[in-house]
Ligand binder design. Structure first.
Ligand code: SPV
Ligand code: MG
Length: 261
């Protein structure tokens, strides 16, 4: 899926920010979400999203692509390209997507805190944000571990805590929020627990929701359906009302400005 068109549509739909998803960027290259791509490749896409929309871009930076020195370099580069904030997760490089079954090794707490402190010391724009993502629940290390980490990352200067869960309901997220006591804004990614309604989130201290893969998944389905119809050589007119009109394409391309010029 296209980063520039995607960001334009997100902007048109009046969202507050664009999530430069590691999963989506990897998938758009036909590659697993496992740091097969390099930092520069992820940055290139995040940067395209930033250029194409008037929204802040929050970039998924996985584990920071290495140790604290990689993270320092990353912050310099992402800030230079105007990215509004980054999210780093407490796993080991190379990470794998949180929903892949099997072992998910977690970073040493102190080392991860060092990365957060380094980001805060390196950033030159005071508004540049770092979300620290806690993977303890994903890795099966339990609630206590998740809270120890969320508190340590908060103490190290994280602007928000992203708590990730792969449970089918929101129970562990709610337990986390209650015990975390709104120490920092909480960010959630309700891919696996879609019944948790946004209107019920603020009272638990949840300030931001990331719809991490819904655009990619809807694109895959829509494109596959169109291709099926084309391949079956049904009448072309049968898809005409299912796809965007060319006028929409011209609009996204800025054709009217071109004509005016
Ligand atoms: C992403 O969009 O790449 C994320 C969210 O990190 S998740 O896929 O749920 O890990
Ligand atoms: Mg990711």
């Amino acid at each position: 899926w296209d980063s520039m068109l995607g960001a334009k549509l997100i902007s048109e739909a009046n969202f507050d920010a664009v999530w430069a998803s590691g999963l989506e960027i990897s998938a758009s290259h036909g590659l697993p979400d496992a740091n097969i791509l390099t930092m520069s490749e992820y940055l290139e896409r995040a940067s395209e999203m930033n250029d194409a929309s008037n929204l802040p871009v929050i970039a998924d930076c996985d584990t920071g692509y290495g140790n604290v020195n990689n993270v320092i370099y990353l912050v310099e580069k992402y800030e230079q390209r105007g990215i509004a904030g980054i999210c780093i997760e407490d796993k080991l490089f190379p990470k794998t997507n949180s929903f892949i079954e099997g072992r998910q090794d977690l970073a040493d707490i102190e080392e991860f805190c060092g990365k957060i402190r380094a980001i805060k010391e390196t950033q030159t724009n005071p508004d540049f944000m770092v979300f620290a993502r806690v993977e303890a629940l994903i890795a099966g290390w339990g609630m206590e571990e998740a809270l120890i980490r969320a508190n340590a990352y908060s103490d190290s200067g994280a602007d928000a805590i992203l708590i990730h869960s792969k449970k089918k309901d929101n129970k562990e997220i709610l337990e986390f929020c209650k015990k975390f006591k709104k120490r920092k804004p909480v960010v959630v990614v309700p891919t696996k627990y879609p019944k948790f309604h946004e209107k019920d989130m603020p009272k638990y201290g949840i300030s931001l929701v990331i719809y991490a893969n819904h655009v990619l998944r809807s694109t895959i389905k829509a494109v596959s359906e169109t291709l099926k119809i084309l391949k079956e050589k049904k009448e072309l007119s049968s898809i005409e009302n299912k796809i965007a009109p060319l006028a929409k394409v011209f609009h996204l391309q800025g054709m009217s400005t071109l004509k005016e010029n």
